[in-house]
Design a protein around this ligand. Structure first.
Ligand SMILES: *[C@@H]1O[C@H](CO)[C@@H](O)[C@H](O)[C@H]1NC(C)=O
Ligand SMILES: *[C@@H]1O[C@H](CO)[C@@H](O)[C@H](O)[C@H]1NC(C)=O
Ligand SMILES: *[C@@H]1O[C@H](CO)[C@@H](O)[C@H](O)[C@H]1NC(C)=O
Ligand SMILES: *[C@@H]1O[C@H](CO)[C@@H](O)[C@H](O)[C@H]1NC(C)=O
Ligand SMILES: *[C@@H]1O[C@H](CO)[C@@H](O)[C@H](O)[C@H]1NC(C)=O
Length: 434
């Protein structure tokens, strides 16, 4: 070998070595292995997108790796995103995770790319509803048969997956026969040890942890994020309180928080500062679900966005509101505070949100608008500044986005951090040597 050639080789090796030791450092305790699953656990479930026993054809939402179609042709960051596609969005982002390893025995965590929520649809809405205790067993059997030592190494404590629905949909007690609602995936002893990322956790959960609902905003670079932040910061807030959602008209006659909101909203007085004290965007029959323009514009113009519980305590709208710089108003702790600790720090809620207990409103006549009107304007500005700061960490940026944007941790990055921490502490509790 010539001298020059050897030198070049040395240089290359030096560069290569420094790169790899940097990687070693960055990836220490963060290695993830993506378990190879047969396509019946993921891609086949997408191929059947038009055949699910539901009102909606899911096919339009699969586009752009689960982000859905763009809201309109010229849009760069806005998509018609369906929350149930988080399983797909997450899988795509996992593929570009910087600390992947091919070797499951070197990994700190094992990701199962199983589209659990899609696979649950026939049990939830279809012909399989009476056998909902079977959901997931085919996956378990596969994992027992194919390289069972991967599962066995840490008794599955290092395994995780995404289930893009509330945990309630997967926690039907095995003793309910016939089932009332949901599959029993999280009740099966076979899956007790795994970590599941759900859109909503149960009040006393063990396996699952809640992660933000995906919104419609998925920027691909820092410039697109920053121009949105500027728009949200500068937006004129001419409405005090906004409610965007359904279940506001008709329904049951029993008092509930949504009825209270409607009745307050319908007879508001005038205010010297706001043009309007209250506005309702009626999202009944799911009209807003894939049409973010309907609610994002009003949210940009409101100071406070009301987040009453509905069928479930959590709402995607909480994250839409944060994105719009609209201060969320919660009526129970299960709506967010006890859910999204990895993304919305539990001890900082009073710095970016308002809490009004629903019992006070529904049974004791406390007026939501009075409470909000009494908050000094300087305090409202401080709250909003904090909300704006949360935006980068609750959005799911677009896959393959620019290196600049990747320096800001988004909802996916924080979910991975949380998952790795949770797995680490469980293994430590169990005295596994890691
Ligand atoms: C997809 O649909 C076909 C035909 O309806 C069915 O035979 C198959 O089992 C389905 N696959 C999955 C993974 O649900
Ligand atoms: C959007 O783009 C598609 C494909 O490029 C085209 O077929 C469609 O007509 C466009 N829609 C509008 C409203 O411009
Ligand atoms: C489930 O079982 C109940 C009661 O046993 C029965 O009434 C119902 O028709 C069954 N549903 C399906 C989808 O088979
Ligand atoms: C879950 O962990 C316990 C020990 O904490 C173990 O006995 C059990 O076999 C594990 N379950 C599975 C399905 O691996
Ligand atoms: C709002 O107006 C309706 C009728 O217009 C009335 O029944 C109701 O008591 C009013 N509510 C409040 C809070 O003033």
């Amino acid at each position: 070998m010539s001298k020059r050639c050897a030198l070049t080789l040395l240089l290359i090796m030096a560069v290569w070595n420094s790169g790899s030791s940097e990687e070693e450092e960055e990836c220490k305790n963060r290695w993830i292995h993506i378990r190879k699953l047969p396509s019946r656990f993921n891609l086949d479930l997408l191929a059947n997108c038009s055949e699910y026993p539901m009102l909606d054809d899911l096919c339009p939402y699969l586009g752009n790796h689960g982000l859905g179609q763009k809201t309109h042709n010229r849009s760069r960051s806005w998509y018609r995103t369906d929350s149930s596609m988080l399983e797909l969005i997450f899988h795509r982002r996992m593929l570009e995770y910087p600390c992947l390893t091919q070797d499951p025995f070197l990994a700190n965590a094992i990701y199962l790319p199983y589209y659990a929520g899609l696979d649950a649809l026939p049990y939830l809405y279809g012909p399989e509803s009476n056998s909902s205790a079977l959901h997931g067993l085919h996956l378990f059997h596969f994992l027992q048969q194919d390289n069972p030592q991967i599962w066995a190494r840490h008794m599955a404590y290092d395994h995780f997956l995404v289930m893009a629905r509330p945990a309630l949909d997967f926690s039907q007690p095995l003793t309910n026969d016939p089932p009332i609602w949901g599959t029993s995936f999280l009740e099966l002893p076979q899956f007790f040890n795994i970590t599941a990322l759900t859109l909503e956790a149960r009040a006393w959960s063990w396996q699952e942890h809640a992660v933000p609902y995906p919104t419609s905003f998925h920027p691909a670079n820092l410039g697109l994020l920053e121009s949105w932040l500027t728009r949200a910061r500068r937006s004129k807030r001419s409405v005090l309180a906004l409610f965007a959602g359904g279940g506001i008209s008709g329904g049951s006659a029993t008092p509930n928080i949504r009825r209270s909101i409607r009745s307050e909203c319908e007879n508001t007085t005038v205010d010297s500062y706001y043009e309007k004290l209250c506005e309702i965007v009626d999202c009944s029959s799911g009209v807003c679900e894939h049409d973010p323009i309907r609610f994002m514009r009003p949210m940009l113009q409101a100071s406070f966005c009301l987040q009453p519980p509905g069928d479930t305590p959590t709402r995607r709208s909480t994250f839409d509101a944060i994105l719009a710089g609209c201060i969320p108003v919660f009526f129970e702790e299960l709506s967010a505070k006890s859910q999204y600790g990895w993304h919305l720090p539990e001890n900082e809620f009073e710095e970016f949100s308002v809490f009004i207990p629903k019992e006070e409103v529904v049974f004791k006549g406390l007026k939501i608008l009075d409470v909000l009107q009494r908050i000094p304007r300087a305090r409202v500005r401080t709250l909003r500044e904090r909300v704006l700061k949360l935006i980068p960490s609750v959005l799911y940026r677009k896959h393959n986005s620019s290196p600049g944007l990747r320096t800001k941790k988004d909802a996916f990055d924080l979910a991975i951090d949380g998952t790795l921490d949770k797995i680490r502490s469980r293994l430590q509790d169990l005295d596994f040597v890691i």
